[in-house]
Ligand binder design. Structure first.
Ligand SMILES: C[S@@+](CC[C@H](N)C(=O)[O-])C[C@H]1O[C@@H](n2cnc3c(N)ncnc32)[C@H](O)[C@@H]1O
Length: 105
């Protein structure tokens, strides 16, 4: 595991994008309506319209899942999830370059 991931292993996962229709601001109300079975021991989660993943990340933070499947019609969005999953350190490096360029004006 990378140093970045080791250092942050206890942080809660949360959406990394503002997304049209994202459910971040409604998550407390949505949680109240989760199926009763979610209070138990589900191990698999399928989210076919993941968007920014407000519900996905809430479920990931509160359940010990072994299988998670996400999908979205927006291929650019799915590419971002793939980049985070498979190339997180390279992605952080690229974003740091943008940040430095921005701050240097
Ligand atoms: C409102 S967002 C989802 C919000 C998200 N579930 C959350 O927890 O914040 C809806 C997503 O569905 C995707 N979408 C719309 N039509 C779709 C389709 N036919 N198949 C797959 N994804 C679709 C959109 O690209 C968008 O990212």
């Amino acid at each position: 595991m990378s140093k970045i991931l080791e250092a942050d292993i206890n942080m809660l996962a949360k959406p990394f994008l503002k997304w049209a229709g994202g459910k971040g601001q409604l998550i407390d109300q949505i949680k109240e309506r989760y199926p009763v079975e979610l209070g138990g021991t589900i191990t698999k989660y399928v989210e076919p319209f993941v968007g920014s993943g407000a519900v996905l990340f809430d479920i990931l933070n509160s359940h010990d899942l072994t299988d998670v499947f996400i999908g979205d019609a927006n291929i650019e969005l799915i590419n971002v999830y793939r980049a985070i999953k498979y190339y997180v350190e390279e992605l952080i490096g690229e974003l740091s370059c943008f940040e430095n360029e921005y701050q240097e004006g």
